[in-house]
Design a protein around this ligand. Structure first.
Ligand code: ADP
Ligand code: MG
Length: 234
């Protein structure tokens, strides 16, 4: 199976984590929507991205040494042309943090429709096995720690209850004149990650931590625009 191969390849390369492209391929193998993307080695190769993908695009540095790409200056959204993409990559390469890191390449991907940013996480507990977590993005998770956890596998009802538990749950119904977002799409994503026969259960022995941050949820869909999978030590 493709998913197994992605993990095996990362192990073979001695990596502690899947790179972002592999992480998204793993999610896609479990039916979670991810942006269409491609990886380029450098400035010279950006034309192909604009032929194959629908601009505006996002550019992200791919490096095993960089955990928070935006903090390092390694994310640029709204790139409209190959010339802009080349300039963004040159700027990233000139950035001291990125310059001091191993760089695997640059991920160019389509922009997800605007929506509410959510976080779905997974962690492997030594006693309980995989746990799945959900929270609203940004300050809800980082400052308010407004998250809900369950032991896997979860059922639909658990996923619904997790969302109800969030103090900020009302945001999903549309706050401050914003449209409501698809609760069903979040529940579906939670089940594909933490449900029976889902990602975290299938790879309980391999995935130490999973972090989809953010999953962008709009009126009709949920797209995972960032994915990190930390592997267990072997
Ligand atoms: P990091 O968390 O490593 O800083 P992300 O990949 O999460 O980097 O990107 C940072 C932010 O950029 C995201 O939280 C999101 O707001 C925005 N973003 C990233 N990729 C996309 C995308 N494909 N479509 C829309 N917004 C995106
Ligand atoms: Mg992120």
């Amino acid at each position: 199976m493709k998913a197994r191969g992605l993990l095996a390849e990362a192990r073979k390369q001695g990596r502690a984590a899947l790179d972002e492209q592999a992480g998204k391929q793993l999610l896609a193998a479990y039916g979670i929507a991810v942006p269409r993307s491609l990886v380029v080695p450098g400035v010279a190769d950006v034309d192909a991205a604009f032929e194959q993908l629908k601009a505006p695009l996002v550019i992200k540095v791919m490096s095993p040494d960089i955990l928070h790409k935006s903090d390092a200056g390694g994310v640029k959204v709204g790139i409209g042309s190959a010339a802009e993409a080349a300039a963004a990559i040159s700027e990233m390469m000139a950035n001291p943090v990125i310059g001091a890191s191993r760089v695997d390449g640059f991920l160019l991907e389509e922009m997800a429709p605007r929506g509410q940013e959510m976080v779905i996480g997974g962690v492997r507990d030594p006693y309980f096995g995989p746990l799945v977590m959900v929270g609203l993005g940004g300050i809800f998770v980082e400052v308010l720690a407004d998250v809900a956890f369950r032991i896997c596998p979860i059922e639909r009802r658990d996923a619904e209850e997790m969302l109800d538990e969030l103090k900020g749950a009302a945001v999903l119904k549309g706050a401050r004149g914003r449209k409501p977002v698809s609760r069903g799409a979040i529940v579906e994503a939670l089940l594909r990650i933490g449900g029976e026969g889902a990602l975290l259960m299938d790879y309980a022995a391999d995935i130490q931590e999973a972090d989809i941050n953010p999953l962008i949820v709009s009126e009709n869909e949920a797209v995972a625009v960032d994915a990190r999978f930390l592997l267990t030590k072997q």
